[in-house]
Design a protein around this ligand. Structure first.
Ligand SMILES: [Zn+2]
Length: 114
């Protein structure tokens, strides 16, 4: 089984880890409270991570408007797909909107072709 999750989920995980890294960096900064300069640097770095994650969340919002809602043929749940090929959010069934690719082995590369 390919280690592939639906794209939106993948980006969401990325945004969440950015927030987490941001808080860890800020937390490390607290250890340097006797060195205001170092502490400030850590605080700003942490803030940058959190800002970056906000941007990624905004990007998810933009991407979400481009997703197509389909009923998964495997589990019959409504799922969202992005690009030519994506995977069901629930059962990870490969999905395609392109009839040419139907039945072919799932490959993320198809999204990069025109
Ligand atoms: Zn499914």
């Amino acid at each position: 089984m390919a280690k592939y999750t639906s794209k939106i989920n993948k980006i969401r995980t990325f945004a969440l880890s950015l927030i987490f890294i941001g808080f860890v960096v800020m937390y490390v900064g607290i250890y340097f409270r006797n060195h205001p300069l170092i502490m400030t640097i850590f605080m700003i770095l942490g803030l940058l991570f959190i800002i970056a994650s906000t941007i990624v969340y905004f990007w998810i919002g933009m991407l979400s408007t481009k997703t197509v809602q389909v009923i998964c043929p495997n589990c019959n749940k409504p799922t969202k797909m992005l690009g030519r090929v994506d995977m069901c959010m629930y059962c990870r069934e490969p999905l395609t909107l392109d009839p040419e690719l139907e039945g072919k082995e799932f490959d993320e590369k198809y999204n990069r072709k025109k």
